[in-house]
Design a protein around this ligand. Structure first.
Ligand code: ATP
Ligand code: MG
Length: 395
């Protein structure tokens, strides 16, 4: 399937519903697409009637590769490789016959489906489908027309500018264009949950600043690399990410030495919130994303989460809060982070895990337990020691 008139049609999803903001969403999505394809050639990209048209200027452009990249672009619900032709029924049939010849030969049954957004076109959708379908049935006598569940649906779209022909669409990533919803910190641990949480909020148009708390030498360089590898997988959807690695050893040792053991994990998590909030202030982030799921572990009871969140003054987003582990794993597999996430490296949370963590902690007790710590000094020191690592788009 190759044709010099070949283009990619990208159907927009919720962007279409955004009323007055629609134009700015479309512009943002087009700009995101341009950025994503900046090293892949020259393209003419424009948007008409809630569809983005992507025309390669180079005839030899690898459209399969471009499709595989754009399948991960948030804001797009469906993608089709299509051929453009003149808006008359015979040109449309000719294009179907030549452009979809391979698909027709592979199929035993087919139908033609027409969408007509140019209402001035002289045939109705049904008339055009019947006309093109009839001629195709003659041209490919081995392929039978069948309206219900055919092997191949020949799609014809009659639009303002031209007509387009394709053999169906593949699903896009859905969601909202990257950056349309601002920016948030995401706490990336190296486990299964946090990459899924990151993905879910990124899908709603939020750009991510991943933060990882690193407790060297209690956790190894390999554990840090695992987090960077997970971030790398996320870049398929988010574009390049700058990961902040926060030195966390001293805080963990201080907590271990000076605080009641059963509050250890909770206090550690409160430090994560304080540090994340401080980073957020400096980097225009409006929220903190975590991979917590209600009841999964001792620190994820309602009481524990209330104490954790009380340490932060900005919203904490927990997109997995009502999900079961099996549902989280399903998404982790879908976005391809699962296999990396289950590699066996220690996370800083597991190093100083108390034997009997408080499952119903109170804020009062947490504040008291922290009295022996110089919170401000510990937070400032951790922030000064941050290492920044750019992770670039993998695809
Ligand atoms: P995950 O699978 O994401 O590690 P988890 O089920 O192990 O989550 P916790 O260890 O309680 O749960 O962590 C809850 C959330 O806190 C994580 O999903 C993540 O967002 C954040 N978090 C935990 N440890 C770290 C870390 N070392 N660096 C950054 N964020 C972390
Ligand atoms: Mg974890």
């Amino acid at each position: 399937m190759s044709n010099k008139n070949e283009i990619i049609l990208l159907k927009l999803g919720e962007v279409v519903l955004k009323g007055l903001n629609k134009r700015s969403f479309e512009q943002r999505l087009m700009s995101n697409i341009r950025k994503r394809l900046k090293d892949d050639g020259k393209f003419n990209i424009y948007c008409i009637q809630s569809t983005i048209y992507l025309e390669p200027e180079d005839e030899n452009c690898d459209l399969d590769y471009i499709m595989s990249k754009l399948k991960n672009e948030f804001g797009v619900v469906a993608l089709s490789r299509a051929a453009e032709c003149e808006k008359n029924e015979d040109a449309i049939f000719e294009m179907c016959r030549s452009y979809l010849a391979d698909e027709m030969k592979k199929a035993s049954t087919f139908k033609v489906e027409t969408k007509r957004s140019d209402k001035a076109f002289h045939m109705t959708s049904i008339e055009l489908s019947q006309y093109v379908g009839g001629l195709l049935a003659e041209a490919f006598p081995d392929v039978k027309p069948q309206m219900k569940d055919p092997d191949l649906t020949v799609c014809v779209e009659v639009r303002d500018r031209a007509a387009y022909v394709h053999g169906g669409s593949v699903p896009g990533a859905g969601g909202l264009p990257r950056g349309a919803g601002g920016r948030a910190i995401t706490l990336l641990s190296g486990g299964i949950d946090s990459p899924v949480a990151s993905y879910m909020i990124a899908k709603r148009g939020v750009q991510l600043t991943p933060v990882h708390f690193f407790s060297f030498p209690y956790t190894s360089e390999a554990a840090k690399q695992k987090v960077l590898d997970l971030a790398q997988i996320l870049t398929r959807y988010t574009g390049p990410l700058r990961v902040l690695i926060v030195p966390f050893t001293r805080i963990q040792e201080e907590i271990h030495a000076k605080c009641p053991e059963n509050y250890g994990t909770l206090i550690m998590r409160r430090f994560m919130m304080r540090i994340a909030e401080r980073i957020a202030e400096d980097s225009n982030c409006k929220a903190i994303i975590t991979g917590e799921s209600l009841g999964q572990v001792a620190s994820q009871t309602l009481e524990a989460m209330a104490c954790t969140q009380a340490a932060s003054n900005i919203p904490v987003l927990q997109p997995l809060i009502g999900m079961d582990k099996t549902e989280i794993i399903e998404t982790a597999r879908k976005i391809d982070t699962f296999e990396t996430a289950i590699l066996p490296f220690e996370d800083c949370c597991t190093v100083f895990t108390p034997r009997h963590p408080a499952t119903k902690p109170s804020l009062e007790a947490a504040n008291m337990a922290e009295e022996k710590l110089d919170i401000e000094a510990l937070v400032s020191e951790a922030i000064l020691g941050i290492e920044r690592v750019w992770v670039n788009d993998e695809s």
